[in-house]
Ligand binder design. Structure first.
Ligand SMILES: Nc1ncnc2c1ncn2[C@@H]1O[C@H](COP(=O)(O)OP(=O)(O)OP(=O)(O)O)[C@@H](O)[C@H]1O
Length: 322
C-alpha cells in the first residue's frame, strides 16, 4: 500500500465520503473536507481527529485542510397514506429502524401535523431540538436515528390549526436542518393530500414515496388518491404496503380478517405498483409501539416483516441510482 493510499484509507475511516483531493508533497498533506450538513461540534471533532490521526503518519509534518460545504445528497422517502389511522407512523418508525439495522444512516422527519407520533414511537418525548446558524439540530435517540417532529415545533394541540404557509414553513425547518451524515430521510406525512404534501412535492421533492393502506375498499380508494397525487407530482412510488392484514386471536388461535384480505396486493397489481409486504394486525405491535420499543428491533416474524420491506426499499434505491 502506498503512503497516500494508506492516508486516504485512514481519512475515509474517520470521515466516510467527505475527503477528496488527497495530496502529500514535501511532507505537507493537503485535502478537501466536505463539511456540508454538519454542526460546529461535529465539524471540530472530525477535523481534530483527522489532524491527530493523519499527523501521526510518517512523512506528514503539516496538514492543510480546505473545507467546503457542498451539500451532501440526502435521499428523501415520503411515507404516505390516503386515510388516517392505517399505520403510517408505525410503518415509518419501523422502516427507519430496519434500515438502520441494515447499515443505513437514517433520519426521521415527523411531518404529521395532525398527530405527530414519532416522539412516542421512537421513545423521545419532551426533547426539544436546539438550533445553530438558524437551522435545527435533529435530536438523537437511543436507536441512533436523528429526528425532528412537528410536535417539537408546536405547543400541544397547536399544530392542527396551522394552515398552508405556516405548515409549509414548519416542514421546511424540519427538512432543511443539520442532518449531518444522514443519507436517508424518512418523512412521515400526514394522511391525505393537503398543505404539507403540497409543500413537500413543491419545495422538497422526495426521491420516492411509499404508500400504506389497510386491505379494505375504503382505505384503498383513499390510497389510490395518494398514489395519483405523487404520480402527478412525478415522485416515483416504491410500492404499497398492506397493514392490519389478518388477525391472530390470542385466545382461540383462529385467524380472521377484520379489514378483508389481500386488497392492497390486488390494488397494487391493478395500478402496476410493486407490493412491498403485509403486516398483520397484532396486539404486540400496538403495545411495543406505545412503549417506544419498535418491533423492528426484534428478529421475530414481525421484525422480519419490516426487515423484508426495508430490503425492498434499499434494492429499489440501488436500482434507481445505478
Ligand atoms: N399492524 C398493526 N397491528 C396492531 N396495531 C397497529 C398496527 N399498525 C398500527 N397499529 C396501531 O394503530 C394505531 C394507529 O397507527 P398509526 O399511528 O401508525 O397510524 P397512522 O396512519 O400514522 O395514523 P395518523 O393518521 O393518526 O397519523 C396505533 O395505536 C398503532 O399502534
Amino acid at each position: 500500500m502506498t503512503k497516500i493510499t494508506h492516508i486516504t484509507k485512514l481519512a475515509e475511516d474517520i470521515a466516510p465520503g467527505r475527503t477528496s483531493g488527497m495530496r502529500l508533497k514535501e511532507n505537507i498533506l493537503s485535502f478537501i473536507l466536505d463539511i456540508g450538513g454538519m454542526d460546529r461540534t461535529a465539524r471540530e471533532t472530525m477535523e481534530e481527529k483527522l489532524r491527530h490521526n493523519l499527523g501521526a503518519v510518517d512523512e506528514v509534518d503539516e496538514i492543510k485542510i480546505i473545507q467546503t460545504s457542498e451539500k451532501r445528497p440526502i435521499t428523501i422517502i415520503a411515507v404516505g397514506s390516503g386515510k388516517g389511522g392505517v399505520g403510517k407512523s408505525t410503518l415509518s418508525a419501523n422502516l427507519a429502524i430496519a434500515l438502520k439495522r441494515a447499515g443505513k444512516n437514517v433520519g426521521m422527519v415527523d411531518a404529521d401535523i395532525y398527530g405527530p407520533s414519532q416522539p412516542r414511537l421512537l421513545n423521545m418525548e419532551d426533547e426539544k431540538p436546539k438550533a445553530e446558524d438558524k437551522k435545527l439540530i435533529p435530536v438523537m435517540n437511543d436507536f441512533g436515528i436523528p429526528m425532528l417532529s412537528m410536535g417539537q415545533l408546536a405547543k400541544p394541540g397547536q399544530a392542527i390549526a396551522w394552515r398552508g404557509p405556516m405548515a409549509g414553513n414548519a416542514l421546511h425547518q424540519l427538512i432543511d436542518a443539520h442532518w449531518g451524515d444522514t443519507d436517508l430521510l424518512i418523512v412521515d406525512l400526514p394522511p391525505g393530500t393537503g398543505d404539507v404534501q403540497l409543500s413537500m412535492v413543491q419545495k422538497h421533492k422526495p426521491d420516492a414515496a411509499l404508500i400504506i393502506s389497510t386491505p379494505q375498499d375504503l382505505a384503498l380508494i383513499d390510497a389510490a388518491r395518494a398514489i395519483n397525487f405523487f404520480d402527478a407530482a412525478k415522485v416515483p412510488i416504491i410500492g404499497l404496503v398492506e397493514n392490519m392484514a389478518g388477525y391472530l386471536c390470542p385466545h382461540c388461535g383462529e385467524v380472521s380478517d377484520p379489514f378483508g384480505k389481500g386488497g392492497a396486493e390486488a390494488a397494487a397489481d391493478k395500478m402496476q405498483l410493486p407490493f412491498l409486504g403485509r403486516i398483520p394486525l397484532d396486539m404486540s405491535i400496538r403495545m411495543a409501539s406505545d412503549d417506544g420499543t419498535p418491533p423492528a428491533l426484534e428478529d421475530g416474524p414481525i421484525g422480519k416483516g419490516f426487515a423484508a420491506i426495508a430490503h425492498k426499499v434499499t434494492t429499489w434505491l440501488d436500482e434507481k441510482n445505478k
